[in-house]
Design a protein around this ligand. Structure first.
Ligand code: SF4
Length: 268
């Protein structure tokens, strides 16, 4: 298999069967995040293209068989919204799986109406926001796209107004944005997500993780500011992961270099 991988034990999505709608050999992304566990982005891309044929995805899904999964999740070695035929690929998954379908996006293209229309086809959208201002956005995410952080946030805001499913924000905390919890929590409050996932790079990464105590402080700021909202706040240090057995450990490790049966997790 080269499009479907896992299931991986995700701290946010339980037993998660992965679908990589881009499936390039190396990472293809519109960002070059300083903490990316897949290394530097050698194939930057900002325009959508078709990579994976629906028939090829259908063939691979038919081989999966009766594997227990909680979610089918679009992610992989690329930013999944770069796939121009995302809508067709989601439809193929729904032909064969009754489980909810999720996507992990870096949010970089959410200003685009076509991308928001495709994202609205998912049950769960996990959207990345790592920076409270343009300077830190450039420093942490090192985007190739021309959109400013304000435009990215506008896109998420617009999507929230249109989307009836579950919207989660994934926020990665590292040294560079460690002292920005309050500003980040204000952004989260303004975007009205259903969930905020507070992360720090616990897997091998070019930058070290924050400590449990630092993440506790960040969590406290979010809980305080989001007290009146419906959003649930998750802290990666307090998360549990299910045990899973991967269908093909080689393909899973290619997308999750640190993956093991006990200790997997999503790349972002
Ligand atoms: S962390 Fe995600 S968004 Fe950032 S460079 Fe890596 S794959 Fe792209």
């Amino acid at each position: 298999m080269s499009i479907v991988y896992g299931p991986v034990p995700s701290w946010r999505l339980g037993r998660s069967l992965g679908v990589d709608p881009v499936s390039t050999q190396e990472k293809t992304c519109s960002f070059n995040c300083i903490y990316c566990q897949l290394g530097p982005t050698r194939h930057p891309l900002t325009e959508r293209q078709e990579f994976v044929q629906p028939s090829a995805l259908r063939r691979e899904l038919m081989q999966v068989g009766d594997v227990p999964v909680d979610y089918v999740t679009f992610s992989g070695v690329a930013e999944p919204t770069l796939a121009a035929n995302l809508a067709e690929l989601v439809a193929v998954v729904r032909e064969q799986f009754a489980q909810p379908v999720a996507i992990l996006t870096n949010s970089s293209l959410m200003k685009r109406g076509d991308v928001r229309r495709d994202l609205a086809l998912f049950d769960v959208v996990v959207a990345k926001v790592d920076a409270p201002d343009e300077t830190l956005y450039q420093q942490i995410n090192r985007p190739f796209v021309d959109y400013t952080l304000a435009e990215v946030l506008w896109g998420i805001h617009r999507f929230r107004e249109e989307f009836q499913g579950k919207l989660a924000l994934q926020m990665m905390f590292v040294e560079a944005n460690r002292d920005c919890a309050r500003e980040m929590a204000e952004i989260a409050r303004d975007l009205s997500p259903d969930e905020v996932q507070l992360n720090t790079p616990l897997r091998p990464s070019p930058v070290p993780p924050l400590s449990p105590a630092e993440m506790d402080e960040i969590e406290a700021a979010f809980v305080d500011l989001l007290a009146l909202s419906k959003a649930r706040v998750l802290n990666v240090y307090k998360a549990t992961r299910p045990e899973v057995v991967s269908l093909d450990e080689g393909e899973t490790r290619r997308r999750r270099p640190q993956y093991s049966r006990q200790e997997g997790g999503d790349k972002r």
